[in-house]
Design a protein around this ligand. Structure first.
Ligand code: SAM
Ligand code: SF4
Length: 342
């Protein structure tokens, strides 16, 4: 990688897509690799991308700088498991220069929690203040069945380390029919006792796994009915840059968010674009159109890169095509969530 950012970023713009939405949020998948094999995310025998296809961290930094110069204000690092990418802490520390300059509001991270015992303090020191930790069960057996790894105690200890380091934690829980539905109220109670907000997520049909999505998918409107048997939910105006619609749980005082891509499409307010670890920019999680920034970065000048961003804004789809309605249905998109970054 020969390009070194010496020039000042061009004047801060605002990115507006063809549907009038302001795009200020970049999700970056820093690796497609993961140490877990969650059943809704990937098959046990997952075939990862060839290592040589991945962007280097310097290339990712260059592209982040470019997107920030065009109006991106929030960056979430994801994967795969972002904390298994070598050099990731240095990468974040370096990227934090944009927060110090006031060009970026925050760098956040979504993680499975497996590396938090050793990484929490480093994350805080590198400039991260908020993380999302994915946790779908507090029952060891179910956790093993979902992630296919025997690691619950490690994640719980990692969460403790995150708290002690000063990181604000939100729990992400994918609700899986016939697996963790009966635990949801308990997980909410546990999260709020620990001072964690929590978001519940519907399973999305992305990539082939070795399970049928229809056996996993349940609409969060059904889940809400179960929550209402135990708790009182009060609509909240709390908003992060993500897609969660929050309610306050009266009994605990904590927040529970609902991420409902299938049952209650939120595309009208989408503010996101996603860059994969191989440099493909996806304008929508649930669509296939993309622009290959790795190729442009390695062969073209900044003008071409900027024109490609303009093209992305023109081509961002109005909404995704997710649907889970019958058995053996093909996924809406072939790539796994771990490639695009959840
Ligand atoms: N490995 C990290 C983790 O699990 O938090 C980051 C990457 S993971 C792809 C990001 C989020 O996407 C996690 O909360 C995970 O539960 C969620 N996820 C993965 N596959 C999904 C799917 N098919 N439908 C809905 N959520 C999914
Ligand atoms: Fe790994 Fe996250 Fe996918 Fe689970 S959801 S397999 S932890 S990338």
């Amino acid at each position: 990688m020969n390009k070194i950012i010496t020039k000042k970023p061009i004047k801060q713009n605002t990115l507006i897509d063809n549907h009038g939405r302001t795009i200020d949020y970049l999700r970056l998948s820093v690796t497609d690799r993961c140490n877990y094999r969650c059943t809704y995310c990937m098959p046990e025998k997952m075939k990862f991308l060839p290592k040589q296809d991945l962007l280097t961290l310097d290339e990712m930094d260059y592209l982040c700088a470019l997107f920030i110069s065009r109006g991106i204000k929030n960056i979430r690092l994801s994967g795969g498991e972002p904390l298994v990418r070598k050099g990731i802490i240095n990468f974040i520390s370096k990227l934090s220069r944009f927060i110090e300059r006031g060009d970026l509001n925050e760098i956040t991270l979504t993680t499975n929690g497996s590396q938090l015992i050793t990484s929490s303090q480093d994350l805080y020191d590198s400039g991260v203040r908020r993380i999302n930790v994915s946790l779908d069960s507090l029952d060891e057996k179910k956790f093993n069945e979902i992630t296919r790894r025997d690691d619950l105690c490690n994640v719980i200890e990692g969460l403790e380390a995150a708290k002690n380091s000063g990181l604000k934690v939100k729990i992400n829980t994918v609700v899986i029919k016939n697996k963790n539905l009966d635990e949801i109220n308990n997980i909410i109670l546990w999260a709020h006792k620990n001072n964690f907000d929590i978001s519940l997520i519907e399973t999305m049909p992305m990539g082939l796994t070795d399970k049928d999505r229809i056996d996993q998918y349940i609409s969060l409107s059904e889940v809400k009915k179960i929550i209402l048997e135990k708790f009182t939910l009060i609509d909240s105006s709390y908003k992060t840059s993500g897609p969660s619609q929050y309610s306050k749980v009266e009994e605990t005082g904590g927040l529970v968010g609902f991420i409902t891509p299938l049952s209650n499409n939120f595309c009208a307010s989408c503010n996101r674009i996603r860059l994969t670890c191989t440099g493909k920019l996806y304008m929508c999680l649930g669509q296939d159109n993309n622009i290959d920034f790795r190729n442009l970065l390695r062969t073209e000048d900044d003008l071409s890169l900027n024109l490609a961003i303009d093209r992305a804004m023109r081509n961002k789809p109005k909404s995704h095509d997710f649907d889970i309605s019958y058995k053996n249905q093909a996924p809406a998109v072939n790539r796994h969530m771990s490639v695009t970054g959840g």
